[in-house]
Design a protein around this ligand. Structure first.
Ligand SMILES: Nc1ncnc2c1ncn2[C@@H]1O[C@H](COP(=O)(O)OP(=O)(O)O)[C@@H](O)[C@H]1O
Ligand SMILES: [Mg+2]
Length: 238
């Protein structure tokens, strides 16, 4: 592909993740179907922050889940680098996700009975890392996120902002190249939101991560390199 933007904007043309003609329908009742995504094609530029915006119910979470392999479309393809994740078995996809992708949700989804450190260690253990290495990495990540004195606290003993930063540390545990977040600051006050957004920028700039974030937050939208809007089941690229 050659176009006049290519030289100016080379990195924006280098996609780590691509989706082609994604269609997703939900059967809402026996008679009724809701076509949420009506043929979405998208390229996610590597080492950039892309945000997905749109009205409530527009299909943002549905799209994020399909891009990350948490859900499957009715039809269409999703390529992570050269891997067609739609063609992978559930088992293979689960392993692939655990090694290559990180997730942050609106509500932290940390395991309540485990400490912050254990929550960051567990995905590494699942990925085959030894306990001592997993704990060492966990301490490092939590330290980087300003949580050095919180490593032995359980989620209920942490503030909302701290819980989300533990969730980010957990998402980073297996050193994924891409991090997905679904309204990550939707439940935080301004100060904690700012801290989290700053962390996302750092993940991009210092650690070379690619981020795909569903958000309504205007401060976060301003920080994005790429804004993708979903409207009526289709993409309006800004
Ligand atoms: N499992 C499901 N079954 C039926 N309808 C669903 C399901 N999940 C989502 N929907 C519907 O699909 C639409 C898009 O949902 P969602 O992707 O969660 O939107 P957003 O994240 O943009 O708010 C909504 O109308 C929602 O009610
Ligand atoms: Mg949603």
């Amino acid at each position: 592909m050659t176009n006049s933007n290519e030289t100016n904007n080379k990195n924006m043309n280098e996609f780590i993740l691509r989706a082609e003609n994604i269609i997703k329908t939900y059967q809402t009742t026996k008679q009724n179907k809701l076509e949420v995504l009506k043929g979405i094609s998208i390229g996610i530029p590597v080492n950039k922050i892309s945000v997905i915006v749109g009205a409530s119910g527009a299909g943002k979470s549905t799209l994020l889940h399909i891009l990350s392999g948490l859900d499957r479309p009715d039809s269409g393809e999703v390529y992570f680098e050269d891997n067609n994740i739609i063609k992978m078995s559930n088992d293979k996809l689960a392993k692939f996700r655990n090694g290559n992708m990180g997730f942050v949700f609106q509500f932290h989804h940390l395991l309540p009975e485990f400490t912050a450190l254990e929550n960051v260690a567990i995905p590494q253990l699942i990925n085959g890392t030894s306990l001592s290495k997993a704990e060492k990495k966990g301490v490092e990540l939590l330290d980087r996120l300003g949580l050095a004195d919180r490593i032995n606290h359980k989620p209920a003993e942490l503030s909302g902002g701290e819980q989300q930063r533990v969730a980010v540390a957990r998402a980073m545990a297996n050193d994924p190249s891409i991090i997905f977040a679904d309204e990550p600051s939707g439940n935080l006050d301004t100060e904690n939101s700012e801290m989290l957004h700053h962390t996302f920028v750092e993940l991009k700039e210092k650690y070379g991560k690619t981020l795909i974030i569903v958000t309504h937050n205007h401060d976060l939208i301003k920080l994005a390199d790429n804004v993708l809007e979903i409207k009526d089941g289709r993409l309006v690229q800004e």
